[in-house]
Write a protein that binds this ligand. Sequence first.
Ligand code: C2E
Ligand code: MG
Ligand code: MG
Ligand code: MG
Length: 276
Amino acid sequence: YECKKKKLKYQYFNPALNEKALTTLTLSNKLKQCIENNEFIIFYQPIYSLKENKVCSAEALVRLSLDNKIIPPNQFIPIARELGLLPEIDNFVLTNSIKQCKIWMDSGVENFSISINTSFKQIIDENFVEFIKDTITKFTFSPQNVILEITEEEALEDLERVAEILNKLKELGVKIAIDDFGTGYSSLNYIARLPIDILKIDRSLINNIKDEKNIEIIKAIISMANSLKLSVIVEGIENKLQLEILKELNVEKIQGYLIDKPLPKEEFEAKYIKGC
Ligand code: C2E
Ligand code: MG
Ligand code: MG
Ligand code: MG
């Protein structure tokens, strides 16, 4: 009994521990509240087609609005994941970004796609495929204009299961992209086992694009993508030099601050959606 009491006392007076526990508790309560009150915000970042010379799609990127501040996803997604709340957030983003994109298409934007991030826990839910199907039907949205992004890391949590789900999603007609491609350290053979349409090359590979070796790596990825009939989007383009090099490599699509940063809905509309 003595011992237990001491341990408790020690824990209580450890300020670092206490603070960490408090912020996690505060954030987890906040996250739950935000889910209930739909307090997540979706920002949209344009994806630009170098072939068509126009913005061809938008990626939906979640934000949390807290005390008049916009909290980026890396600050709450890990906590949400740990608490098992990520699927709910992901489903919120999915429904609302498809709804939004439908409004944009109805206002006259032609062949515009919406790219949505998914997570392993979200897609392995037994109702997920049905949920996508229902959402597309509800908003009379064309499935080929939905791009579901999954990171290599999430896909590899259970490759067989993910392959089965992605195949069902493909049957619905939606497109599948591998996000953050080039950041994993796994072998590449998983690519052959998944019904992938798009590789999104991570910005870490183009950060040092002046480095000859990095250019060769990007070339190799593009050539692999071409032979597998996959399209390529390069993420994180920040300057003209990167753009020039990627143009020379015949990269189809780019995303990055050089085009624009993720924008609140109204700003995205004002800049990229005619008729809104
Ligand atoms: P991601 O899917 O790879 O999204 C691209 C991230 O790179 C975004 O960060 C975007 O703001 C940032 N970015 C875009 N262009 C540039 C650039 O030129 N330079 C630099 N330095 N960064 C650029 P963000 O919005 O903070 O999102 C971070 C990650 O959070 C996303 O990476 C994605 O993995 C995750 N995420 C965002 N929304 C969701 C969601 O609804 N569900 C899930 N599961 N994950 C999400
Ligand atoms: Mg993404
Ligand atoms: Mg990425
Ligand atoms: Mg990511």
